[in-house]
Design a protein around this ligand. Structure first.
Ligand SMILES: *[C@@H]1O[C@H](CO)[C@@H](O)[C@H](O)[C@H]1NC(C)=O
Ligand SMILES: *[C@@H]1O[C@H](CO)[C@@H](O)[C@H](O)[C@H]1NC(C)=O
Length: 155
């Protein structure tokens, strides 16, 4: 009797673990699907129409994790536009963390970084900005800096 109970308990715990894992992978595959629909070159072009930013400014940002001129508000709004149009930030300023994880892994090239998930969680948790452009800039800066550091490039 006791051993039957134990077996039942083990089965229940295993089933629960399976359900949790299934739920996590379902939410990640939703994010993968959403990410697959994002056309980055098109987004860059669209956002550049509203918030024009020179290519060199953008290249500096993506290779350093910060703007050369940190008072460049238009550039920060360009970054917000990218995260907004891609669905990584919603109209309330809330983050789609799973989608951010997929995009961080994919952009600019598919890279497998150790601890990427924790890295994104940390960057998301660190956001105290209320202004949407500052908030998006803060997030992406953090992601780019962390990613560069983990890839071994330090500027
Ligand atoms: C934005 O558009 C301007 C004008 O066409 C262009 O010079 C610039 O390189 C574009 N920026 C990006 C990031 O594509
Ligand atoms: C990404 O891939 C492109 C084309 O394959 C390559 O030119 C570029 O150097 C790569 N960028 C990084 C950051 O690895």
């Amino acid at each position: 009797m006791e051993s039957a109970m134990k077996t039942l308990l083990v089965v229940c715990v295993a089933a629960l673990g399976f359900l949790v894992a299934a739920e996590i992978s379902e939410s990640m595959s939703r994010a993968e699907e959403a990410a697959a629909k994002i056309n980055l070159p098109e987004l860059f072009e669209e956002c550049n129409e509203t918030f024009p930013i020179p290519k060199v400014t953008l290249n500096y940002f993506f290779s350093h994790g910060r703007l050369q001129n940190e008072n460049d508000y238009v550039a920060k709004c360009f970054i917000h536009c990218l995260t907004d149009r891609s669905g990584e930030i919603d109209s309330e300023g809330d983050f789609d963390v799973d989608l951010i994880k997929v995009m961080t892994r994919r952009f600019p090239n598919e890279t497998n970084i150790e601890g990427l998930s924790e890295m994104v969680d940390k960057c998301v948790a660190g956001r105290g900005e209320t202004d949407f452009c500052e908030r998006a800039y803060g997030l992406v800066s953090c992601l780019v800096k962390e990613k560069l550091a983990r890839l071994g490039h330090s500027h």
